[in-house]
Design a protein around this ligand. Structure first.
Ligand code: MG
Length: 206
């Protein structure tokens, strides 16, 4: 599997998650990038660097771009997506919050090595991405349980919006935001993200 040229992430795309992070309902999608170097796969460890505190999980539906595209109209935008996957947008929350508070970028908080576990890719044909259950378990205990029908900005809108500013390349990943229930993970925890009908990825924190 080749690395994507970029992972385009959407912040605050589910209302209850906006509340739990003291954020404001966005008028337009909040877009940020994670580097391809954060990607890991099933069974690989999530490594928390020394001194980094309050690292949290975020289960998300990932869209995999199939065709190079730019200025995609919203209607029919899914034609540019070839596969879907389940993604865990691991976040160093204390670092992100301090950056937000003083108006600085939060690239480091989101972009550390191993902070992007992703499942095997599944072809999008036949999958109704408007109603998928997303779950996240830590040590077998359910922490997040959401549904893609509750997204504020739909996948079609997001593809169109992002492609208005950035060319999307084949293999690029769009992470569509997390529902509520984020919590801290620590060394020794086993984190499993799953989407019904798509797949799962399990990683231990070290
Ligand atoms: Mg996220």
């Amino acid at each position: 599997m080749n690395l994507p040229s970029k992972i385009v992430c959407v912040g605050w795309n589910y209302r209850p998650h906006i509340v739990e992070t003291d954020a404001v309902l966005p008028k337009e999608p909040i877009i940020f990038i994670k580097p391809p170097s954060c990607i890991i796969h099933d069974g690989e460890p999530i490594v928390i660097p020394e001194g980094v505190t309050n690292v949290q999980h975020e289960v998300e539906l990932a869209l995999i771009v199939g065709k190079r595209c730019k200025n995609v109209p919203e209607h029919g935008a899914l034609e540019h997506i070839s596969h879907v996957a389940v993604f865990n947008d691991i976040t160093a929350r204390d670092m992100q919050t301090s950056a937000r508070d003083i108006g600085n970028p939060w690239s480091l908080a989101k972009g550390m090595d191993t902070f992007g576990p992703i499942s095997e890719y599944v072809p999008i044909e036949g999958i109704d991405i408007t109603s998928l259950n997303l779950t996240l378990d830590v040590n077998g205990k359910r922490k997040q349980d959401g549904n893609t029908k509750d997204m504020i900005f739909t996948p079609e809108f997001l593809i169109s919006y992002i492609s208005h500013f950035m060319t999307l390349e084949p293999g690029d990943i769009i992470a569509t935001g997390t529902p509520e229930g984020i919590s801290e993970i620590v060394s020794g925890d086993v984190v499993c993200v799953s989407i019904s009908g798509v797949g799962s990825v399990t990683n231990m924190v070290v």
